[in-house]
Design a protein around this ligand. Structure first.
Ligand SMILES: Nc1ncnc2c1ncn2[C@@H]1O[C@H](COP(=O)(O)OP(=O)(O)O)[C@@H](O)[C@H]1O
Ligand SMILES: [Mg+2]
Length: 245
């Protein structure tokens, strides 16, 4: 059953509420952290690799001395959004709340990694508009349904196909692909070879470095390169991830 919290949670129009400016500006926090706050927003079907790539990226950023936070769809639904279901309205409210939380982190200079199916373009674009152009980096896990379904890490596709889960994205609920994401990650490369999560995380890291979110100097803190993890990536096997790239 669908909640109606979206309506209840509509932003207060009370005239007696005024914005309290903090004494420490975002820029000062970013200078202290030597990074620029942003949200890296992972969107894609269930099983496309959002959580895996986000975890890998977070570990890589941590190794560089960056301060990050990880917001994951399933985790957030255990707490902050435990009163929301999966109807369109609740999905919208889920993304709205997460967008607000990421904004709090970004305004503190922190790099927030958010992995949410976020199937509706409108909901994602609302977060983009709320965060502002340089603060929202959309990463589209463009992995075909057949691949996600074959992985079926949580057995959810099987249940959805059997009609035991209703409103499952990609099966009986829509997924609206981003039209102009900052980064698109595909399951296979131009030679049809599988792309491992470490390579995907590296692509995002390169973007963050080249766009000034993290500094090149931080890279000196890196403890390992991607070569070893990629070398493990043979025969389409998942390597045992230690989340270092
Ligand atoms: N690049 C990849 N190549 C192959 N398998 C992957 C890749 N990324 C993730 N996986 C695997 O796919 C499954 C689903 O990944 P997960 O990160 O949980 O997806 P999501 O968070 O999008 O639902 C997991 O078993 C994971 O190990
Ligand atoms: Mg996930």
């Amino acid at each position: 059953m669908c909640n109606t919290v979206a309506a209840q949670a509509a932003c207060s129009k009370d005239q007696h509420i005024t914005w309290q400016e903090g004494a420490v500006r975002r820029e000062a926090k970013e200078r202290a952290l030597q990074q620029r706050g942003c949200v890296v927003w992972f969107t894609g079907l269930s099983g496309s690799g959002k959580s895996t790539v986000a975890c890998t990226l977070e570990h890589a950023l941590f190794n560089r001395g960056a301060l990050t936070t990880l917001l994951d769809g399933d985790n957030v639904r255990h707490g902050l959004n435990c009163n929301l279901g999966f109807c369109e309205e609740d999905r919208a409210e889920n993304i709205r709340r997460v967008g607000e939380v990421t904004k709090l982190f970004v305004d503190t200079g922190i790099i927030a990694l958010a992995s949410f199916i976020s199937p509706y373009k409108r909901d994602r674009d609302r977060v983009r508009a709320r965060l502002g152009p340089r603060d929202f980096i959309e990463v589209y896990l463009k992995v075909p349904l057949e691949v996600c379904e074959a992985r079926d890490a949580k057995g959810l596709y099987k249940l959805a196909r059997a009609g035991k889960i209703k409103g499952f994205t990609g099966i009986d609920d829509p997924y609206e692909a981003p039209e102009d994401p900052e980064i698109t990650l595909e399951a296979t490369d131009a030679s049809d070879r599988p792309v491992c999560p470490e390579t995907m995380a590296r692509t995002i890291l390169n973007y963050l470095e080249s766009h000034g979110y993290v500094t090149a100097a931080m890279a000196n803190n890196a403890v390992k390169g991607p070569a070893r993890a990629i070398a493990d990536w043979t025969d389409r096997k998942m390597p045992v991830l230690d989340y270092s790239i």
